[in-house]
Design a protein around this ligand. Structure first.
Ligand code: ADP
Ligand code: ADP
Ligand code: ZN
Length: 243
């Protein structure tokens, strides 16, 4: 087991030596547009789209004891404990298919998570390309989350909005034709709890990236189309990957 990990680590170092991976974190409150940006930008840049929220939802779907405890936490609008998130995310980042790099959607959410990520990339002799923060007024967030619809097929998980980003056929995913649904944690009372969690964690994490560098903030409202936001994030990533 140990020798396999060593060999995989060695192979990864060789790959990274010749082609520096691109790692982007997309941060922002619930409904800030992280998933919408990542689901288009990741395939455009040939990167993996790793949403920690989606990783959690996949565990919940398995109905294991771990999944059941995650479900309770998510329904309360709280953050899942770090050890669970770290393990699932590291497993994904370690996959050779994801060695070109990844867009991390919804991670890090606390300063401790940001520090963990810096340490992981340091261990791999690489670093974060850019930390993108999407800033959206809270009134716009509420409007977005109340109209958000997601594909019920969790291995697809494409996100839509009933007015801002509707599917071609109402209630049906453009990509896989599965039914669209409303997320359990998009109910108004859970949204408020998630906003409280977000507000508490946001300042320390922005301060952290302010100290270590690489922070790129983008202000958007519901008047900016998803395509405009995507273009802004893409230029941030491309400019930062040349650093
Ligand atoms: P949103 O983008 O609307 O904030 P996500 O899908 O990113 O929603 O996250 C849904 C839920 O999954 C969060 O409210 C939290 O319970 C859990 N979660 C997602 N990412 C993390 C993380 N980095 N740390 C802890 N919990 C997380
Ligand atoms: P997050 O992943 O940050 O929680 P999402 O990408 O799921 O956010 O977006 C939340 C909701 O807002 C979705 O219904 C999405 O279609 C919609 N949305 C995303 N970007 C925009 C935008 N620029 N303007 C209006 N609505 C948007
Ligand atoms: Zn789908």
């Amino acid at each position: 087991m140990k020798i396999t990990r060593f060999l995989i680590g060695f192979a990864r170092s060789l790959v990274f030596l010749f082609r520096r991976p691109i790692y982007v974190t997309l941060m922002g409150g619930p409904g800030a547009g992280k998933g919408t940006v990542a689901q288009t930008l990741a395939p455009e840049l040939g990167l993996a789209h790793l949403s920690t929220g989606a990783l959690m939802r996949r565990e919940v779907e398995k109905k294991t004891p771990l999944g059941q405890s995650i479900e309770k936490i998510m329904k309360a609008g709280k953050l899942v404990p770090d050890e669970i998130v770290f393990k699932l995310l590291e497993q994904e980042l370690e996959r050779p298919a994801n060695w070109r790099g990844a867009i991390l959607d919804g991670f890090p959410r606390t300063r401790a998570q940001a520090e963990w990520l810096t340490a992981l990339f340091g261990k791999w002799h690489t670093r974060l390309t850019v930390a993108v923060q999407l800033e959206v007024p809270e009134a716009d967030i509420i409007e977005r989350l109340s109209g958000r619809r997601v594909c019920s097929n969790t291995s697809c998980g494409t996100t839509y909005h009933v007015t801002f980003n509707p599917p071609k056929t109402e209630g049906v995913c453009d990509k896989c034709q599965s039914a669209l649904m409303q997320r359990a944690d998009d109910k108004p009372e859970v949204v408020l709890a998630r906003l409280v969690e977000y507000r508490a964690a946001q300042a320390p994490i922005l301060a952290y990236y302010g100290e270590v560098g690489g922070l790129w903030s983008i202000h958007t409202t519901n008047k900016n189309t998803p395509a405009q936001v995507l273009a802004n994030v893409k230029s941030a990533v491309l400019a930062s990957s040349k650093r």
